[in-house]
Design a protein around this ligand. Structure first.
Ligand SMILES: [Zn+2]
Length: 805
């Protein structure tokens, strides 16, 4: 770094126009044009490459390097195009869950694949080091003759794969680590071609939370998708968990001016207040919805460069749905300095749902932002005055100019992100002690919920699609559901939930909570703003027939709004530390909704919902596998690609609720609630990981309980799969005050190494109960106790552990 600075100064002194560094477009061009170099082709034997858990052997074949880009060679191709040529890669995932995951895709819990060809991209200087090593130790000798043939054959393949990594390669070339060199934070990417497994990838990325990923680009329903086979923290960080990396930069405030035209297409200017991290920085990775087009960026008023080139593979390996792009500053910005980035962007993020109802598509990423961090927002919206627009924070301005209404919203404290919603609304407000709740509902019914036009008499189904009124002529004109039938009920419920959670988890971050409808069957809880399914606003008997079973009715009438309100704490005060930890905030919100239901309707109502969750988890797919067996809850989005599309939702929300419920039963109500309050206190405005949560849970075990109980609990319920069948047998001998209870707990239907603490509940005739915790295993586990009086009932405590019926 000092050298660069010196040159820069020297240039300035002599008054020569100076370009601070290469442009991203220029780098991208050199990456595209850097074909394989026939002069750097080697015949190689027994070359070993290792990065943490990844071991690669280039046993016999040719290795050809690409031409340099920005002074260094960054990629290579290995081709086993010789008699008996071969390469081999070994990878052993460290946990049972990850071995299960790998086996799901490759039929083997550990990877030992032979490959005929491998394409490698290194952004950490490894390519240069490799050339040096193989020429020195003799494992490689120049093979120029074949170089030209290989270069011609493999260059197009390399260019193609490399195109998907341009963003990352440019970032690393311009990276701040080690002052502009890319050694420390650089990655290794290998794409291999094997007879057995087809084409597959392996990535080592020191900047990721889980540094090692293996996966495969595939096609589903004509669309490119990416399957993550396994993903885990590398050897070194498992032994010695690294401190979270300092972010390259942070955004502390947003000022957004967004205008919606008559067609509700958005044109916006987003000003982001940026603070550079510990290193001087020129390249700024940012994310935005794919529906948004970013037209320009200015840095402190001067034009900056934008670079876009994201790919399906790039997004999957980064664990993101958003498009990443780069902002490249004309000059390097000094560590710790503050700047204003001004983006002009536009796009269609709002789609009409018919009848004056709208669907906001890009809710979390309609403006350029970072996936993590808290910032203040100052938002101004211009929109057709026939509509009402709601956003987050306090309404600072509200005026109409001609046909345009202008509202301005300011958050009093930093929040995780800012959303907005709009429509032709009716509103109900409620004031709680110190808080304001505003619930909006659509005045009209979206097209999808409109009763279908009457069918000819002969085709009339036995059960009408919508409630019919008794008048004969009305029998063919179904009643139109009232889109605001439950507006007041929703407002009362949201207020009660906000009150209940505040008493348990402390105050929410914002004092105003706005709820507004979204067409569809889901909800989303953003800071200060909840999107609530339009279904929740309908009378239960006016919901579509397929939504009228009790589990849908409870979901739309009781659980959904309570879940979304709970996100004001779980997700907006305490956040998941990465996308892999998303299950935590979802499970916490789901279980908070159950706590609220229990308070409103009693324990039985909560247990019925949990029973339903168990039945969903035990549902079998055509192969006879249960939904729950798709994978551990910590796999997150990977559960969606594991074959059963319902698996992600059911495991995250419903098994997640069970996990918390079982923790509650293991700890006792008081300790469990204290833990939740402490979770909020300790991790306020911070990210929490599964490991952090496990450590916290250890602190709230009942006295004289070994902390291993928590490790066992997490190993079996969180990091692995399985729902056991449990049987209790017991006998009672002797008389009071020395009654001898002996018995066994037998576990079946799970892997041999599964184990859980089973609460054996002893009830006494004179009242009172006692719990004996028995650790289940593949062999029947004996237990015994001496009781002071005869028990009236001995059973596995109902509803306390997730087991088959
Ligand atoms: Zn949620």
């Amino acid at each position: 770094m000092p050298r660069t600075r010196f040159i820069l100064l020297a240039c300035c002194c002599f008054g020569i126009a100076f370009a601070a560094g290469p442009s991203a477009a220029g780098l991208a061009r050199s990456i595209r044009e850097a074909s394989l170099d026939p002069d750097e082709c080697y015949r190689v034997r027994d070359v070993r490459l290792q990065k943490e858990d990844i071991r690669v052997y280039l046993t016999d074949g040719y290795l050809i390097f690409s031409k340099p880009v920005a002074g260094a060679r960054r990629s290579a191709v290995f081709a086993a195009e010789v008699e008996g040529g071969d390469g081999e890669v070994l990878l052993m995932p460290p946990t049972r869950g990850e071995r299960q995951s790998l086996a799901l895709f490759t039929q083997s819990a550990n990877m030992d694949e032979h490959f005929q060809a491998a394409l490698m991209i290194f952004t950490d200087g490894s390519a240069g080091a490799l050339i040096e090593r193989i020429t020195q130790d003799g494992s490689g000798r120049k093979a120029r003759d074949i170089g030209a043939v290989l270069a011609e054959k493999w260059s197009p393949v390399m260019t193609n794969v490399q195109n998907g990594f341009q963003i990352r390669m440019i970032q690393d070339i311009l990276a701040p680590e080690a002052g502009g060199l890319d050694k420390e934070g650089g990655m290794w990417f290998l794409a291999m071609s094997s007879r057995q497994a087809g084409n597959f990838d392996m990535l080592y990325d020191p900047r990721a939370r889980e540094q090692i990923v293996a996966g495969q680009l595939s096609e589903r329903n004509g669309r490119a998708t990416y399957n993550i086979w396994t993903s885990f923290a590398a050897l070194k960080s498992r032994r010695d968990p690294p401190k979270p990396r300092d972010p390259w930069y942070a955004i502390s405030g947003f000022q957004i001016d967004a205008a919606l035209d008559q067609d509700l297409r958005m044109k916006a200017v987003t000003r982001a207040h940026i603070r550079v991290g510990k290193h001087d920085l020129r390249v700024f990775p940012i994310e935005v919805s794919q529906a948004m087009q970013v037209d320009s960026v200015k840095i402190d008023g001067a034009p900056g460069e934008l670079f876009f080139q994201d790919s399906v593979r790039g997004r999957a390996l980064r664990g993101s749905d958003n498009d990443a792009f780069l902002v490249i500053a004309p000059d390097t910005l000094a560590a710790g300095s503050e700047h204003e980035f001004e983006f002009a962007h536009q796009g269609a993020v709002i789609t009409p749902a018919g009848n004056g109802v709208f669907f906001v598509g890009a809710r979390a990423n309609w403006y350029p932002r970072l996936p993590e961090g808290f910032a203040t927002y100052d938002l101004t919206f211009h929109y057709p005055k026939r509509l009402t627009l709601v956003s987050v924070g306090d309404l600072a301005d509200d005026r109409t100019e001609g046909e345009v209404r202008i509202t301005r919203w300011k958050t009093p404290v930093p929040v995780r992100l800012a959303g907005f919603n709009l429509g032709d609304y009716e509103k109900v407000s409620a004031n709680l002690a110190g808080y304001k709740v505003e619930v909006y509902g659509n005045r009209h019914l979206e097209a999808a919920l409109q009763p279908k036009s009457p069918l000819p008499a002969m085709d009339l189904p036995k059960v009408p699609r919508y409630r019919l009124t008794p008048e004969p002529e009305a029998a063919v004109s179904p009643v139109i559901p009232d889109p605001n039938a439950r507006l007041r009920v929703v407002a009362a419920d949201v207020s009660a939930a906000l009150d209940f959670y505040t008493s348990r988890f402390g105050p929410p971050a914002l004092k105003t909570l706005t709820v507004a409808p979204i067409p569809g069957t889901f909800g989303q809880g953003f800071p200060g703003l909840v999107y609530l399914s339009t279904m929740a606003y309908l009378n239960p008997n006016e919901r579509p027939p397929e939504m009228r079973d009790s589990s849908h009715q409870v979901f739309f009438s009781e659980l959904l709004e309570a879940h979304e309100v709970a996100h004001q704490w779980w997700g907006n005060v305490v956040t998941g530390s990465s996308i892999q930890e998303e299950w935590l905030t979802e499970a916490l919100s789901s279980y908070s909704a159950l706590l609220f239901l229990e308070k409103k309707k009693g324990a039985k109502a909560m247990e019925q919902v949990l029973d339903g969750y168990r039945d969903h988890l035990m549902q079998k797919d055509p192969d006879g596998r249960t939904i729950e067996a798709a994978g551990p809850i910590t796999w997150g989005g990977r559960l969606a690609s594991s074959g059963n599309p319902e698996a992600w939702r059911t495991i995250t929300y419903e098994k997640g609720a069970w996990i918390l419920h079982m923790l509650r039963r293991r700890m006792g109500d008081e300790r469990f609630l204290k833990m939740l309050a402490e979770l909020r206190r300790r991790y306020e405005f911070r990210g929490i990981s599964t490991g952090d949560f496990r450590s916290l849970a250890r602190e709230f075990l009942p006295p004289r309980t070994k902390s291993e109980v928590i490790d066992g609990f997490f190993d079996n319920w969180v990091y692995a799969t399985g729902i056991p069948s449990l049987k209790l047998q017991f006998s009672v001998k002797g008389a009071a005050p020395a009654v001898k209870l002996t018995g066994t707990v037998t576990q079946t239907g799970v892997d041999d190494d599964f184990s859980t603490d089973v609460p054996v509940e002893v009830q006494f005739a004179k009242g009172g109960t006692q719990i004996i915790w028995v650790s289940s295993s593949s062999d029947p586990t004996p237990f015994s106790a001496t009781l002071k009086q005869l028990p009236s009932r001995v059973a596995i405590a109902p509803g306390s552990v997730l087991k088959t019926r």
